[in-house]
Design a protein around this ligand. Structure first.
Ligand code: ADP
Ligand code: MG
Length: 252
């Protein structure tokens, strides 16, 4: 992989559920150390795009390449081992397991596989992750079900980091969180990027994406209707109004 090559390259992918054609030729690149956000209303194909990259619903046409290598035919665990972690929509933590057990799951199987492959990055372990998430440190022995929504989101992000991924896929991490917790998620994303990880962020929260993303794509009915910087998007009142429900007067 040349230095200028993107970490993740999605090229003209078409993804289906059975006969239902959901993604219609989506392309994007995520370069190392950057945050790329996908914005769009409910049902537009954001989760399907994440699933296409993670190997959960592989595209039927087009290509997903990670570090210059095609992921075609790779099952989800192989994609995870290659260095892509998923923070799924709705957190999906194990509610009957303790915080510590939740954090230990990926290290046992996944991180070992990554180490065997000679993965360079091994900075996240129980000690560094709990230093980054002090609230979790205090609740190591609580069950997942005892955590607040915000704490569950922190746990889902912490669990993804434990695999020491190069790229983190985050599916609506701010969903259902108070403004204060959204700010905390934003802070965590900044720290994670500062440590050299890349993030593909799917959101409906325009303010969050505008504040943190290096590049933004707006998706509508499985196609991008805007690609550019947050600054460029702020100068597109019609896009903001039509696809993100922001009144044009607010955008000017
Ligand atoms: N498992 C599935 N089977 C069939 N259709 C699905 C499935 N998941 C999502 N869809 C459809 O695909 C479209 C995009 O959904 P999704 O990617 O979840 O959107 P978003 O994450 O932007 O809300 C929607 O029309 C949705 O109904
Ligand atoms: Mg979704």
């Amino acid at each position: 992989m040349a230095a200028s090559d993107p970490l993740l390259a999605v090229r003209d992918i078409h993804t289906y559920y059975g006969d239902s054609h959901v993604l219609h030729g989506v392309s994007l690149a995520v370069h190392a150390g950057r945050i790329v956000a996908i914005l769009g209303r409910n049902g537009m194909g954001k989760t399907t795009l994440i699933r296409s990259v993670a190997g959960l619903t592989p595209p039927r046409r087009g290509e997903v390449a990670f570090k210059g290598r095609s992921l075609a035919g790779a099952p989800p665990y192989r994609i995870a081992q290659a260095g892509i972690a998923l923070v799924p929509q709705g957190r999906r933590i194990f509610k009957t397991l303790s915080v510590r057990e939740n954090l230990s799951l990926p290290t046992s199987a996944l991180a070992r596989g990554r180490r065997d492959q000679g993965a360079a990055r091994a900075e996240w372990d129980l000690a560094t992750v709990t230093a980054e998430f002090p609230q979790l440190a205090e609740r190591m022995h609580h069950d997942g079900s005892a955590l607040s929504g915000g704490e569950q989101q922190m746990l889902a992000i912490a669990r993804a980091l434990m695999a020491n991924p190069e790229l983190i896929l985050m599916d609506e991490p701010s969903e259902g969180l108070s403004p204060k917790l959204v700010q905390q998620v934003e802070e965590i994303m900044r720290n994670v990027r500062a440590r050299g990880h890349s993030i593909l962020l799917v959101e409906q929260n325009l303010a969050l994406a505008m504040a943190i993303a290096d590049d933004i794509h707006v998706i509508a009915s499985g196609q991008f209707v805007f690609s550019g910087t947050p600054e460029e998007l702020s100068r597109e009142p019609a896009i903001l109004d039509r696809h993100l429900g922001v009144a044009a007067t607010h955008a000017s």
